[in-house]
Design a protein around this ligand. Structure first.
Ligand code: PHE
Length: 478
């Protein structure tokens, strides 16, 4: 058997793909929304601290373990011991769950993009609903399914092309485009009267949210931690997978810093597009995923002649960001199966494998596409409605209403921190930080900050992750 697993064509290509995985709905919707809900600056401060203490450390761990073993998450853990197989399994499973709801949301983004394109061409793009379109779309099951499938089809088409000819090629064009569109929108918004209040909400030191009985320090902490894992694509093996396709000549430590840095910059830039826009047009910051659809649509509607164009550009940008993330999720699963086949001496068929996982994600995503994001009275009831809970009743408060929230809770709330915790304990205590250092030094660069990383793998990350689980439990039983 002579199967070539593939490799990134260049370090730039790898970086665009990895930053593309990180930058997604999490940055453009999750970040401004969670920041809006959790006190603005206080959230930002905790987010940055967690990124330095946990995000960068786990990022290095994942990239190094991936490159060292030359395998995706499952293969990587198996090459140490069979008893770690469960971590690989959980990662792939969570990846599939995220992929499923991510493509539902990506499909909705596509629908809005198409809507604005139609408006530009002089057609009615939103069924005459204006900014009430979200309500209409959620119950328009045919459209929800159609755009969900379409988004998945785009994802699978790219992954079928393989690492360098599919993912890298797409990301190398799409990511720079995303950056410049975002920059343009930020500048445009900055000139809208009233925008300034949005910046001061983001950057003016204010920790009053810690004394808010509804949220408090632990609330902000938990939100920032979940956001960090999700936004950096950590804990489920996406970065192990991408690292496994990286040449031994590349500088891992440098890449490790660039990815979170770029991700944070794009998140801040998204905030600087969205929050001043909300301020200028009198729309609340903390409206959840609704922000992406209703609030922004209201804003574009009020922008006058340019509204349709800016609207189209904005949703096009979100579309790009989501596709570069969904391909990394599908690649996580695809690589898992490819490595499995190789280890059995078989010749894997990438196209078939990626289609199979896309199909699985489509099936898993059906309830998320058909439950109207938990708005009630939908074709498919929300998970807790099924279990006989009264919607909005006690014990139910943390489990928000939709399948999307439910999947997200499993992935972002449980599997991601658990995956990161296992990785960090294994590196710090079992395999020893030496293996990370040795892998990094293969490129001929000296490993910088050994003591810092060693201390973080051994103590800081496990402690912070235990605190995250503690905050999670507080939420559930509190
Ligand atoms: N990081 C992506 C985002 O911010 C989502 C993602 C999570 C992608 C996990 C891959 C793995 O939207």
């Amino acid at each position: 058997m002579d199967y070539k697993r593939g490799q990134w064509g260049s370090n730039f290509g790898f970086l665009m793909a990895a930053v593309g995985s990180a930058v997604g709905l999490g940055n453009i919707v999750g970040f401004p929304y969670k920041m809006g809900k959790n006190g603005g600056f206080a959230f930002l401060a905790i987010y940055l601290i967690l990124t330095a203490l946990v995000g960068i450390v786990i990022m290095l761990g994942e990239l190094a373990i991936g490159r060292k073993t030359g395998k995706g998450i499952m293969g990587a853990y198996l090459s140490f011991s069979k008893k770690y197989a469960w971590i690989g399994f959980l990662g792939v499973f969570a990846g599939l769950l995220i992929l499923s709801f991510y493509c539902v949301l990506g499909g909705m983004v596509t629908r809005y993009m198409v809507g604005y394109l139609m408006q530009i061409l002089g057609m009615e793009g939103f069924a005459g609903q204006g900014s009430n379109f979200l309500e209409y779309l959620l119950y328009d099951y045919d459209s929800m399914l159609l755009y969900f499938f379409l988004f998945m089809a785009v994802t699978v088409a790219i992954v079928m092309g393989g690492i360098d000819k599919g993912i890298e090629k797409f990301a190398s064009v799409a990511m720079p485009a995303l950056f410049f569109i975002l920059l343009f929108i930020i500048v445009y918004i900055a000139f809208q009267p009233g925008a300034a209040a949005g910046y001061s909400f983001m950057f003016k030191p204010d920790f009053s949210v810690f004394s808010d009985p509804e949220i408090g320090f632990w609330g902000v902490f938990k939100a920032a931690a979940g956001q960090m894992f999700f936004s950096l694509s950590l804990g489920i093996g996406c970065m192990i997978t991408y690292g496994s396709y990286l040449s031994k000549n590349e500088n891992l430590q440098k890449n490790t810093i660039i990815i979170p840095l770029a991700d944070t910059i794009i998140a801040l830039m998204s905030g600087m597009a969205v929050m001043p826009a909300c301020a200028a047009f009198g729309v609340a910051y903390n409206k959840g995923p609704v922000l992406l659809f209703v609030s922004l649509q209201t804003i574009f509607e009020n922008m006058g002649t340019f509204g349709n164009l800016i609207g189209f550009m904005f949703y096009f940008l979100v579309f790009i960001a989501s596709v570069t993330s969904s391909i990394s999720l599908l690649e996580l699963c695809t690589t898992f199966q490819i490595d499995l086949a190789i280890s059995k001496g078989k010749n894997p068929n990438r196209k078939k494998i990626s289609c199979m996982f896309a199909l699985l994600a489509l099936i898993l995503g059906l309830p998320a596409a058909l439950d109207a994001l938990g708005s009630g009275n939908a074709l498919i009831p929300a998970p807790f409605e099924l279990l006989g809970y009264e919607m909005g009743g006690a014990g139910y408060a943390m489990w928000n209403d939709s399948w999307y929230d439910f999947y997200d809770l499993i992935a972002e709330g449980i599997v991601m921190p658990l995956g990161a915790l296992s990785l960090s304990v294994l590196i710090g205590w079992v395999w020893k930080t030496e293996i990370i250092k040795n892998e990094c030094e293969l490129s001929g660069n000296r490993f910088i900050g050994y003591r810092y990383y060693n201390f973080c793998f051994k103590f800081v990350v496990p402690i912070i992750l235990s605190l995250i689980f503690y905050a999670q439990l507080l939420d559930f039983f509190g």
